[in-house]
Design a protein around this ligand. Structure first.
Ligand code: ATP
Length: 314
């Protein structure tokens, strides 16, 4: 706070550079570096205890790094003049006064952030809990508390959103809603960082992934790189001919029963295009999906194998 305040770029990037946090002799975050780009949803993934929350807390200026830096739009969080207008965050779905209604909770925050109370009602609408606005937040379900947390994060109309496990406690409908919500915000060019301890939970939500284990980065890149590990089941009129055509197109495959192949790609369009060109009729074409659970396990349980497991992906 105080001093000269550098102006924030319109589309701020998050940059974490050699960030380390030790608690006594224990290293929770270990020389971690990554960037998070605007206009994309980035999943910050790792098993329980990997150091995600600790990293987010340093990013939000709540705890001090042992070494390294974390900046948003080029400056540390603490140096941002009106942080709620630049960065919205929801670290955990607690911290609500249980006796206070959702609306009153947001009003208190709106006052602090210098935001009109009209915006409070707009945000309650935005997150889909207007009917619960006057109910005690203490009686909210986990999903409703998550939505209230998102409403709070969005109060200042921030360009950057940092959310810790926002899908926790949401039912499938809630997760689908969250996906649409975040997608809309990222399409407006906002920078969105979302943590999760389950890759599958955010598989269809995020554009990019950052995977950490034991406080260190094991993988950063587009989600499609992980999907690149996928395979597809292809049933067709002429599997041998299709296998040859796929091979020519650089896609390996192996027989999978009578009229089927397993192709080593999750790119269904590509298979469809190759089949069309080869004049092979497709009877079934379905992504079998990378075994994300297995992949996540391999990445986070044996970081030294990460690059090998992911081939060229970086
Ligand atoms: N204040 C603290 N003092 C000591 N150790 C801490 C402190 N905060 C976190 N840790 C430890 O640091 C490690 C990383 O914790 P962190 O909460 O960042 O992990 P996480 O990836 O967010 O996990 P989870 O998904 O369980 O929230 C854990 O082993 C945790 O016990």
């Amino acid at each position: 706070m105080g001093g000269t305040v550098p102006s924030q770029p319109d589309r701020p990037q998050i940059v974490v550079d050699r960030l380390t946090k030790r608690f006594g002799g224990f290293t929770a975050v270990d020389d971690l570096s990554f960037t998070v780009d605007p206009g994309r949803i980035t999943g910050f993934l790792g098993p329980n205890g990997a150091g995600k929350t600790t990293t987010l807390r340093m990013l939000l200026g709540l705890i001090r790094p042992t070494s390294g830096t974390a900046t948003i739009g080029g400056v540390p969080y603490a140096a941002i003049a009106q942080p709620q207008r630049v960065v919205g965050s929801a670290l955990e779905a607690t911290g609500f006064h249980p006796g206070r209604s959702g609306r009153n909770h947001l009003r208190v925050l709106a006052d602090t952030a210098g935001v009109t109370s009209r915006r409070v009602d707009e945000m309650l609408d935005l997150v889909g809990i207007p009917a619960a606005a006057n109910k005690r937040a203490g009686g909210y379900s986990m999903g409703m508390r998550q939505r209230l947390g998102l409403a709070a994060a969005m109060l200042g109309d921030p360009q950057v959103l940092i959310l810790d496990e926002p899908a926790n406690g949401l039912d499938p409908e809630g997760i689908r809603w969250l996906r649409g919500f975040l997608r809309h915000l990222s399409s407006e060019g906002r920078t969105i960082l979302v943590s999760s301890h389950m890759l599958q939970e955010v598989e269809q939500t995020v554009d990019d992934v950052l995977i950490i284990a034991n406080g260190s980065l094991v993988k950063q890149g587009p989600m499609s790189d992980l999907h690149g590990e996928a395979t597809s089941l292809v049933r067709s009129s002429d599997p041998a001919r299709l296998a040859a055509a796929l091979q020519e197109a650089g896609v390996a495959s192996s027989p999978a029963g009578e009229d089927a192949l397993t192709a080593l790609t999750g790119d269904l369009r590509r298979i469809g295009d190759v089949a069309l060109t080869a004049h092979v009729a497709l009877y079934e074409l379905r992504a079998q999906g990378a075994d994300l659970e297995q992949l996540f396990f391999e990445l986070t349980e044996s970081p030294e194998n990460a690059n090998r497991n992911l081939g060229e992906a970086s």
